[in-house]
Design a protein around this ligand. Structure first.
Ligand SMILES: Cc1cc2nc3c(=O)[nH]c(=O)nc-3n(C[C@H](O)[C@H](O)[C@H](O)COP(=O)(O)OP(=O)(O)OC[C@H]3O[C@@H](n4cnc5c(N)ncnc54)[C@H](O)[C@@H]3O)c2cc1C
Length: 395
């Protein structure tokens, strides 16, 4: 077993660190960056867009894309290093799902015209994309989705509703899964469309989340006429097209590393004396922090394992689910531990002088709730681990 990064990988890590020192405002990471799902916070939005353009100029927005499409063709370990450094420094990586999901999908399955039309805008951080997959009755069982698209000459006429559509209110385009054959078995009657969000008949309604932020939306489609050339791949093959991009980096290292940063801040706070008391002197605090330190080491190794499998051309199934469950639930355990250790002051916000960890803990606690739901719930991940990982029958 060779367990270290190559000199080239280490040099890349240093390059990212130097870039972030130069480009992030002073105290950005210490003040919490954008939060767990902070991309839509109004006061940060313009900064995020500008920062994304700087990442684009370096080619980092499209690190894993093939060179012929403007990418850097970087391997999975390079992508992991990038994700790791960005997450540790709380640097904003991308707005919407263009670079990591839509671009790879168009590269794999799009037409020549779709590539020419959309890839430069995504790579250049000019267009913002949202993902219209989930519906009120279809989340975990996504293949049961009901939004319909009926062919009408050179158009599809789309009717239905999507929900939890992150950043739809800022998005220029949406990748939309629609039912095009209601009579086919559910996975086989779905198509994948690229939808211009300015088309008549699209209505975006805000959903404010439990941290009081507007990131989610409901999106309604009322007889929206989408040109037929916006279909990606073949008709009724949308399910498989959406699944095909899973090969792009999905180690989950960013989840673990985001938690490590907060864990380090919590440990530092516990070492200090405040108001005559030092949290670390209290019974059980050291033990709890040591337990979390252990878990973060495990989480990091699980993410590296996924990346190293991908680097060797293997497809991690149960391994990616293990990393996802462990990394997301670990952040919830950390948030829970922080609130228990620090007690009521942990609920203070940044406006209160002396609030622990800059008054960010209560929001961190609330926002970690979504981590075990987004990108496949913990229950669904456990089903995958049981079925594909352990060979157990479906319950
Ligand atoms: C932060 C965040 C961002 C999101 N962004 C987007 C986005 O941009 N675009 C988009 O399309 N969607 C987005 N979603 C939606 C997300 O994909 C869904 O919430 C998720 O797939 C779960 O679906 P659901 O909410 O309908 O819950 P359901 O599927 O209804 O599940 C409800 C509960 O039942 C459990 N459950 C369901 N089926 C099973 C089963 N077979 N076995 C055991 N337990 C089961 C689930 O684990 C869950 O606890 C986002 C969600 C979050 C939290």
């Amino acid at each position: 077993m060779r367990f270290r990064f190559t000199p080239e990988e280490e040099a890349f890590r240093e390059e990212i660190r130097a870039f972030l020192r130069e480009e992030l405002p002073a105290g950005w990471a210490e003040s919490g960056g954008g939060g767990v799902f902070g991309e839509a916070a109004e006061d940060r939005y313009q900064f995020l867009r500008d920062f994304q353009r700087k990442l684009s100029q370096r080619g980092w927005l499209t690190l894993g894309w093939p060179k012929e499409h403007g990418g850097m063709a970087a391997g999975h370990m390079m992508q992991v290093i990038y994700s790791e450094e960005m997450a540790y420094n709380r640097a904003p990586t991308q707005v919407g799902v263009g670079p990591d999901r839509v671009g790879p999908t168009i590269i794999l399955a799009g037409t020549k015209e779709q590539k020419a039309r959309h890839l430069p805008g995504i790579a250049g951080a000019e267009t913002v994309w949202c993902q219209g997959f989930s519906e009120p009755g279809s989340g975990s069982d996504l293949a049961s989705l009901q939004t319909r698209a009926e062919a009408d000459g050179d158009f599809f006429v789309v009717n239905g509703q999507k929900i939890w559509t992150s950043i739809a209110h800022k998005a220029d385009w949406c990748v939309l899964l629609v039912r095009t054959d209601p009579d086919a078995p559910k996975h086989k009657g779905i198509s994948y469309l690229l939808v211009d969000m300015t088309l008549p008949g699209i209505e975006v309604r805000p959903l404010v989340d439990l941290t009081d932020r507007h990131t989610f939306n409901e999106v309604f489609f009322d007889n929206v006429r989408v040109p037929r050339d916006c279909l990606v791949g073949e008709l009724n093959q949308g399910w498989y097209i959406a699944a095909a991009t899973l090969d792009f980096e999905r180690s989950g290292i960013n989840r673990v590393v985001a938690g490590i940063r907060i864990f380090e801040e919590l440990a530092a706070y516990c070492r200090q004396r405040a108001n005559g008391e030092r949290p670390a002197d209290r019974a059980g605090v050291g033990e709890k922090l040591a337990e979390l330190a252990l878990e973060f080491q495990i989480g990091r190794l699980m993410a590296y394992r996924v990346a190293s499998m991908q680097a060797r051309g293997q497809v991690p199934n149960a391994e990616a689910s293990l990393s996802k469950v462990f990394g997301s639930e670990l952040q919830q355990r950390l948030a829970d531990a922080a609130l228990n250790i620090l007690g009521l002051p942990a609920q203070l916000t940044a406006v209160s002088a002396g609030a622990p960890l800059g008054g960010r803990l209560h929001e961190y606690y609330l926002s970690t709730a979504g981590l075990t739901i987004a990108a496949g719930t913990s229950e669904i991940q456990r089903n995958i681990i049981a079925g594909r990982g352990l060979g157990l029958p479906r319950g």
